[in-house]
Design a protein around this ligand. Structure first.
Ligand code: NAD
Length: 365
């Protein structure tokens, strides 16, 4: 069963997932992976068609798939009117919860060609390559909360159970074993009880992975170290809120939203999606950067189909296109000649061409 469900969603979602599917189709044909694709609705487009941002049919399709490729959800009509009850992002939160996607994975890698696009100095960034694993279904975003009737006091609760910490820590240790065997676990164990438990469990589990060097780091220090010297990090394990903040800060290392992929995984099917939104300001204009989605497809191949070499080949193909000097508008700078600034379809075609060249030369790594 090699079924991939595609949920383009809204705005540029359709334009970018089109290129993700083309890349996956091509890899499937070349390697006999026999992928089949089924489409579903989510977000504003699902509300328009069915009144529900996550129709039951979409969820059913996803449950029977090996992986889900998602574009983005969101439409300006909701952003300007917070009183609308049925909203696109509810589809996203519900699908994550329904599929038990407790681990969010975000690789942050700097492409050398784009180092100047970052607001951080090139010599600090050069060679940065970090894999974040953020807990996604627990912690303070899901704890008990409330506001007193007089509105003078409000509270949120940060809770973690042993099971919640163990299952994501295991994924982080496994990821570290496949990379440089270095794991930073981020917490606030000098203050928070939930962090003390988090640290205790990670320490206990490290006995099972003696080859992995574990560094416990407080969140405030981690935020500073990330900007000071990002190269010291390899795999980073965090709770939900700390990871939310840290990964957004880390996105600046790469310099562009259009280049950052993500995966959300649990014990069932995983969702693979770019971290950017539906970008209504550029939707339908053939200027969106499809690379974050194509890189999400690389993650999909690696994690859902165990096709790591093919995934690496896609990453290298994107690198080739950037080295050739091609850019979409979001990653171009004042030195980019106009003729090298391509549209979504044109840069997608360049990535396909680079992929083909690499595969024909059998340069897989
Ligand atoms: P956004 O990520 O959609 O856009 C932010 C800026 O980045 C815009 O200027 C946009 O043009 C640009 N951009 C984003 N992706 C790009 C790409 N692939 N290529 C080139 N430029 C790109 O964030 P926003 O503007 O805050 O939100 C727009 C809508 O998306 C909202 O409705 C929001 O709720 C939704 N949203 C959805 C997700 C998701 O589906 N995971 C994430 C964030 C925001």
């Amino acid at each position: 069963m090699n079924k991939i469900v595609v949920l383009p969603g809204d705005g540029i979602g359709e334009e970018v997932t089109d290129w993700g599917v083309k890349v996956l189709e091509y890899i499937g044909e070349r390697f006999g992976a026999d992928f089949t694709f089924e489409y579903g609705l989510i977000g504003h487009s699902a509300i328009k068609a069915t009144g529900d941002p996550l129709p039951a049919e979409t969820l059913l399709k996803c449950r029977s798939a090996k992986a889900v490729l998602l574009g983005a959800v969101g439409h300006p009509m909701y952003d300007n009117d917070p009183s609308i009850k049925v909203r696109p992002e509810q589809g996203l939160l519900r699908i994550r919860k329904a599929l038990g996607l407790y681990t969010n994975i975000r690789p942050i890698k700097i492409f050398d060609e784009l180092i100047s696009a970052s607001s951080i100095k090139a010599e600090i960034l050069h060679g940065s390559d970090i894999l974040f694993l953020r807990e996604l279904t627990g912690g303070i975003y899901f704890g008990n909360r409330g506001t007193t009737e007089d509105g003078l006091k409000a509270f949120d609760t940060m809770e973690y159970s042993r099971l919640e910490v163990e299952r994501i820590a295991e994924k982080a240790f496994e990821a570290a074993m496949k990379r440089n065997k270095k794991l930073h676990s981020v917490d606030k164990a000098n203050v928070l009880d939930s962090s003390k438990l988090w640290r205790k469990i990670v320490q206990e589990m490290s006995a099972k992975y003696p080859e992995v060097e574990v560094i416990h780091m407080y969140i405030d220090n981690a935020a500073m170290q990330l900007i000071r010297d990002p190269r010291q990090f390899d795999v980073v394990l965090t709770g939900n809120m700390f990871g939310d903040i840290l990964t957004d800060a880390a996105s600046q290392i790469s310099g562009s939203l259009g280049l950052l992929p993500s995966a959300s995984i649990g014990n069932e099917v995983g969702i693979f999606e770019p971290i950017h939104g539906s970008a209504p300001d550029i939707a339908g204009k053939n200027i969106a950067n499809p690379m974050a989605t194509i890189l999400s497809c690389a993650l999909l191949l690696d994690l859902a189909f165990d096709m790591k070499d093919e995934a690496d080949c896609i990453i290298k193909a994107i690198d080739d296109v950037l080295k050739d000097g091609f850019r979409t508008r979001d990653i171009a700078d004042e030195n980019t000649p106009k003729s090298m600034i391509l549209g979504t379809d044109e840069i997608g075609a360049e990535v396909m061409r680079a992929l083909e060249v690499r595969l024909n030369q059998s340069v897989m790594i």
